[in-house]
Design a protein around this ligand. Structure first.
Ligand code: PLP
Length: 450
C-alpha cells in the first residue's frame, strides 16, 4: 500500500515511512492511494476482535509489515483491556452503546495508541533508529500516548499540557508514570499554546532531524486505521446499523467513513458536537467558519480546527491536492471558507445543559453512569435518528470516572476509578514547568533525549 498527501506535493510513501513522518512535507495528511475492499466474511458474527483487526488493518500495512507481525502486535495491544470483547456493544434502551473505554487510560484513544506504540517500536527497531514523540494534550491524548511508549527503549516522549487546565485525574494519569523515557511538562499557557509549540518544533527542520521528531496525534494515519476496526465489529454484532460519534478532531468519525469506503454497510453517520460545533455548522451550511473555543463539560471536544476533516475534504474535492491546499490555506488566513459538502453526515450541536440532563436521564432510566462526551453522542443520536428499524449505535468515548466532576454534578454520584487506578490520587507526581517559549521547550527536549 502506498500513501499520498492531501496537498498533492509530497512523494507517495509506504506505511512504515508515513507512520514515522506523521505530517507530509507539503503540510498535508497522508491517505491511502486507493481504498482496499473488505470481504463481507470479515464482519461475520462472532469473530474475536483480534482476528477482525488483522483482516481490517493488513491491506493498509501490506508491503511494510507481515501478517504474522501485525497479528502479534494486535494480540499484545488488546490483551491488557479490561473487557474480553475489547470494544463491547451493549443495549441502552432503544439505542446501543459501543464502549471504547476499556483500555489502560479509560478513553477511546487507547485503542489506536496501543497499536501505534507497537508499530513505531517495530519500525524503529527494523531501522536501528530511535524517535522522539512530542505531543500537546488537553487531557486524553497525553496519558494514552504515554502508556503506548512505556517500556519501549526506541521512543522518548515529551508531553506538553497547559498548566492548571487539565483535570486532576487526567494530569495524574500522566504525571504519576515514572519511566526514564517519559517527560511531562506543564506549560504556562493554553492548549492552543501547547499545540503551537509542537508545530514550531516540527517546523524547525534541523531540530526535527536531530531528535527524529515524530507525531502520535490524530493526524497520524495509523490511528485512523486502528479505529476502523470497531465499526466493523459493531456491525458484525448488530448487522447494518447507524453510528453517532462524539467528535472533535474528526478522527473517530472519519474512521467510520473509511469503514464504509472499504465496504462496510452503514446507515446513518451522525456527528455529535458540543458548543464547539464547526463540523455541525459545515454540515448545515457548507461553510467552515472558525470561532473562539469555548470551554464545555466535554473538554476533549473543545476544538475549532478539526485536523482530520482535511482528509474528507480531499476526497470531496475528487482527490484534488492543489484544491485542498488552496482551501486549507484560505481557511488558515481568513478563518472562513466555503468547502465542498456531502449529504453523508447528519449532525447535532448539544449544549452543556442538555449534556448534563442526558447523564442524569440515562442514570435515572437505566442505572448507568456515562461520561459527558458519551452523553453528547446519546443526545445527538436521539435527535438525529431517522428509523427505529435500524439499530443506532452511540459511541461511548470515555469512562465516567475520567470526568467525575460532570458526572457528580449531573447525578450526585462520584464514579469510582477501576481498581487498578484506585490509588491514583495518592501516587507521587513528577513533572517540569516551562514558560510558553519555544527556545525553552527546544532546550528541554534536547537535554532529555540526546
Ligand atoms: C479525543 C476525544 C473525542 C474526540 O475524538 P476525535 O477523534 O478527535 O473526533 C471525543 N471524546 C473523548 C473522550 C476523547 O478523548
Amino acid at each position: 500500500m502506498q500513501y499520498v498527501s492531501t496537498r498533492g506535493l509530497a512523494p507517495a510513501l509506504g506505511f512504515g515511512d508515513i507512520l514515522l513522518t506523521g505530517l507530509a512535507p507539503d503540510g498535508g495528511l497522508y491517505v491511502p492511494a486507493t481504498w482496499p475492499t473488505l470481504a463481507p466474511e470479515v464482519w461475520a458474527p462472532g469473530r474475536p476482535y483480534g482476528e477482525v483487526a488483522v483482516d481490517v488493518m493488513f491491506p493498509f500495512v501490506e508491503g511494510s509489515l507481515s501478517r504474522d507481525d501485525l497479528a502479534a502486535m494486535v494480540s499484545e495491544a488488546y490483551a491488557g483491556f479490561d473487557h474480553p470483547a475489547v470494544c463491547p456493544v451493549v443495549p441502552l434502551g432503544d439505542l446501543h452503546l459501543l464502549e471504547l473505554f476499556w483500555g489502560p487510560t479509560l478513553a477511546f484513544k487507547d485503542i489506536a495508541l496501543q497499536m501505534v506504540g507497537r508499530l513505531f517500536d517495530h519500525e524503529l527497531r527494523a531501522r536501528g533508529e530511535r524517535a522522539t514523540i512530542v505531543v500537546a494534550t488537553s487531557g486524553d491524548t497525553g496519558s494514552a500516548a504515554i502508556d503506548a511508549c512505556v517500556g519501549r527503549p526506541t521512543l522518548d516522549i515529551v508531553v506538553l499540557h497547559p498548566a492548571g487546565r487539565v483535570s486532576e485525574v487526567q494530569r495524574r494519569q500522566m504525571t504519576t508514570v515514572h519511566e526514564p523515557n517519559v517527560h511531562n511538562v506543564a506549560v504556562e499557557g493554553t492548549f492552543d499554546d501547547c499545540q503551537d509549540l509542537v508545530k514550531a518544533l516540527f517546523a524547525d527542520v534541523a531540530f526535527r532531524e536531530q531528535v527524529r521528531l515524530s507525531a502520535m496525534n490524530s493526524i497520524n494515519w495509523a490511528r485512523v486505521m486502528a479505529q476502523v476496526v470497531y465499526y466493523v465489529t459493531a456491525t458484525a454484532a448488530l448487522g447494518r446499523c447507524s453510528f453517532t460519534v462524539p467528535s472533535g478532531n474528526f478522527g473517530n468519525i472519519f474512521a467510520a467513513w473509511v469503514a464504509e469506503q472499504i465496504g462496510l454497510p452503514i446507515d446513518q453517520l451522525v456527528i455529535a458536537a458540543n458548543r464547539n460545533d464547526i463540523l455541525a455548522r459545515w454540515v448545515a451550511s457548507g461553510s467552515m467558519v472558525a470561532e473562539e473555543v469555548v470551554p464545555t463539560v466535554s473538554p476533549s471536544m473543545d476544538i475549532q480546527v478539526s485536523s482530520n476533516h482535511e482528509r474528507l475534504l480531499f476526497e470531496l474535492s475528487g482527490r484534488d491536492g492543489p484544491a485542498t491546499a488552496d482551501l486549507l490555506g484560505r481557511f488558515r488566513s481568513l478563518g472562513a471558507v466555503d468547502a465542498p459538502r456531502t449529504n453523508r453526515f447528519d449532525a447535532a450541536t448539544i449544549d452543556d445543559t442538555t449534556t448534563l440532563a442526558t447523564i442524569r436521564r440515562v442514570h435515572n432510566e437505566h442505572g448507568m453512569l456515562i461520561d459527558p462526551h458519551t452523553a453528547v453522542g446519546i443526545a445527538a443520536a436521539l435527535t438525529q435518528r431517522r428509523s427505529l428499524d435500524v439499530p443506532m449505535v452511540a459511541v461511548a468515548t470515555a469512562h465516567p470516572a475520567k470526568f467525575p466532576d460532570a458526572v457528580e454534578q449531573a447525578t450526585g454520584i462520584r464514579p469510582a476509578l477501576p481498581a487498578r487506578l484506585a490509588d491514583l490520587l495518592e501516587r507521587d507526581e513528577h513533572y517540569d514547568g516551562l514558560p510558553n517559549d519555544i527556545s525553552a521547550v527546544r532546550a528541554y527536549v534536547l537535554a532529555r533525549v540526546t
